[in-house]
Design a protein. Structure first.
Length: 670
């Protein structure tokens, strides 16, 4: 009965369902308190009443059942978590996030049950982490963010080899982190930010071979950053700002080829920026502000191909501003409050960059007040005036010729090119909006669907990008409607552009050209999984490759559902939206696009546009028209079946059935 519009309270008569094993009431509008007599449901294994408006406390009787899964997240429940939850010997999943629950977690939680996933974030829980959460050795996720937990991390969690996702942000934890906790081999997300942890990062972190995100900002960590961090080849983000770190930046850290974000601001780090930083080719954000760094700024920073955020302010850097920095296309650029000197590179000697260089008294350029005045002789002054006249005359002539040429060119191409009214980049890019717009021709179309066409655009530098063109409101529509839709589009795209994950297709930029909205993505040379599976090239995918593709796609979806704030529901998971790079690594594409299209597309109520494609849509959506993360999981299950069977989700062989029903029927016959 999930994904409906049920309202009112859950009746007490539900306790009469003596043989029921699973109750799903999630994503409705149910209110009131949970029935107290649910202890009668002795066969109940899974109870899900998440995403409602339930109030009151969690009944002791419900927690005392032999449950495998209890989901009550996104309600208004209050009070404590009953001790009886520790009775079950089968409890694997406990998700209570986004409520008003308080008090400590039961001390025996995890002792009797093979707990795999615990998420109690966004509540008012307090006290310490139970010592035995991982007693059965199966705990994979522990998410406690935005509570009032305190104390130290139990030593036992430092031995929990099954942990994959650890999120302790915004609590009151303190003390040192157990050595083993730093080096857990399966952890891919370690988030300890906004607490009062102290001590050093253990050298055992070298064992965290799967770590992608290390977030430890705003604590009291101290000591030097260990060289062992440089052995984490999968590290994508390291945020360690607002601590008390000292010593130098390890050379090994800036050689990580997958590192996208490095934030070491507001520490006491000294020394120089390592020269090897040019090897950090994926770096998009570098923030070293408010430290004690010195020496010259390496010119190699200017060779980082995707850097668009650079903050080196409030240090003791000296020497000239490297001219190589002109190669960067930065959204954030701050070198203020250092000891830089000399003349600014011409590109930065402009008024709009003045704030980027404040507090460097030795710098000068063509900005008023930066350079000391130099006395000239009368002859020198006259010569300067004469030269200026000639230069000005030549400039007027050139500008006139260019203006005439541009007006003529604009007249010739007026029907071919829409006017670019908005352009927003999320990475450093080496192309212009006009280069993209000029290549949106039918011969460059490589795909099309309910949300628009996809073009392959080969840039002047030889690289390729994929451009998705979303159709918007027409000129004859009201101006206010167009403005509203444009605002919605920009808001959604701003959120999508901030996403950084190795299994998510990168969104380079977006632009609005006339009636159209363009999304520019990285190009995937091996195309989509759907095209590869259902074409003559299907034989290229051996079983290990198919297994890897499934894992990669699952990690991408998990990131969207669990690690984005707010969570992102894909809405159109299918094999054609799983793209493959040159090594057949899988990346999820078109996430959230359906939500964008709802605001800008002509067919806003079309099922294929809003939430899914034929053969992938969860059965409950057909009569509720409401989607959540579980809808994505159903669709992903269909993709798994495609990988196993090699068949498309709809096929004449299935008759009136779809892939899922055909597989079930075939399995039952055997």
């Amino acid at each position: 009965m999930s994904l409906n519009q049920l309202s009112g309270s859950i009746p007490n008569s539900i306790s009469q369902l003596k043989s029921i094993e699973q109750i799903e009431l999630y994503n409705n509008s149910l209110s009131g308190e949970l029935p107290l007599n649910m202890w009668n449901l002795t066969t109940l294994k899974r109870f899900d009443a998440a995403m409602n408006e339930l109030t009151g406390t969690i009944p002791t009787g419900l927690c005392g059942l032999q449950l495998e899964s209890l989901n009550l997240y996104n309600n208004r429940l209050e009070g404590t978590l009953p001790e009886s939850i520790t009775v079950s010997k089968k409890l694997q999943e406990l998700k209570l996030f986004n409520n008003k629950l308080s008090g400590p977690l039961p001390g025996q939680l995890g002792v009797n049950s093979p707990l795999q996933s615990l998420d109690v974030s966004y509540n008012q829980f307090s006290g310490e982490i139970p010592e035995n959460l991982c007693a059965k050795g199966q705990l994979g996720d522990i998410i406690l963010i935005f509570n009032s937990f305190s104390g130290e991390i139990p030593e036992s969690l430092g031995k929990c080899q099954s942990l994959g996702r650890v999120r302790f942000k915004h609590n009151r934890f303190s003390g040192r982190v157990p050595d083993g906790f730093w080096g857990l081999p399966r952890v891919f997300l370690l988030e300890l930010a906004e607490n009062s942890f102290s001590g050093e990062i253990s050298k055992s972190i070298s064992s965290a071979h799967n770590l992608s995100i290390l977030s430890i900002s705003n604590n009291r960590f101290s000591g030097s950053l260990p060289d062992e961090i440089g052995s984490l080849e999968t590290l994508v983000e390291m945020s360690a700002s607002g601590n008390e770190f000292t010593g130098h930046i390890p050379l090994s850290l800036v050689k990580l080829k997958q590192l996208v974000r490095l934030d070491l601001s507001e520490n006491e780090i000294d020394g120089r920026i390592p020269e090897g930083i040019k090897e950090c080719m994926s770096l998009n954000e570098l923030n070293l502000a408010n430290n004690r760094l010195s020496g010259s700024i390496p010119g190699d920073i200017g060779s980082l191909p995707v850097l668009n955020y650079l903050d080196l302010s409030s240090n003791s850097f000296s020497g000239k501003v490297p001219i190589e920095l002109q190669n960067l296309k930065l959204n954030v650029f701050n070198l203020s409050n250092n000891q830089l000197s000399g003349e600014l590179p011409p590109f930065y000697a402009k008024e709009n960059y003045k704030n980027s260089f404040l507090g460097n008294p030795g710098l000068c350029g063509d900005l008023e007040g930066l350079c000391p005045k130099i006395s000239r002789s009368k002859n020198q002054t006259n010569m300067w005036i004469l030269r200026s006249i000639f230069v000005l005359a030549g400039l007027v002539f050139v500008v006139g010729v260019v203006w005439f040429f541009m007006k003529y060119r604009s007249f010739k191409k007026n029907k071919k090119r829409a006017t670019v009214t908005k352009w927003r980049s999320f990475h450093k890019i080496g192309f212009s909006e006009y280069e993209i717009a000029d290549c949106l021709k039918e011969e460059n179309v490589i795909g099309s669907g309910g949300s628009g066409k996809v073009y392959k655009v080969v840039l002047s530098n030889g690289d390729a990008v994929a451009v998705k063109k979303l159709s918007g409101v027409k000129k004859e529509d009201s101006l206010s409607a167009a403005d509203m839709e444009r605002d919605e589009f920009e808001t959604e795209v701003e959120m999508l552009g901030k996403i950084r994950h190795k299994n998510i297709v990168r969104l380079w930029c977006c632009c609005i050209t006339g009636d159209d909205k363009l999304l520019v993505y990285e190009y995937m040379p091996n195309g989509s999984l759907g095209d590869l599976l259902h074409s003559s090239k299907g034989g290229l995918l051996d079983w290990p490759t198919r297994y890897k593709i499934a894992l990669d796609a699952a990690e991408g979806l998990s990131y969207l559902h669990h690690d984005c704030v707010p969570p992102i529901v894909h809405r159109d998971v299918k094999s054609n939206n799983i793209l493959l790079d040159h090594e057949f690594g899988a990346r999820v594409a078109d996430f959230g696009v359906a939500k964008i299209v709802k605001g800008v597309g002509k067919g806003a109520e079309s099922m294929s546009v809003i939430a899914g494609s034929c053969g992938y849509i969860a059965p409950e959506y057909a009569y509720t028209l409401r989607v959540n993360e579980k809808s994505d999981i159903y669709s992903f299950g269909v993709v798994i079946l495609e990988l196993v069977t090699g068949k498309p989700p709809t096929d004449p062989e299935f008759g009136e059935k779809d892939m899922v029903k055909w597989v079930c029927a075939t399995y039952n016959q055997k």
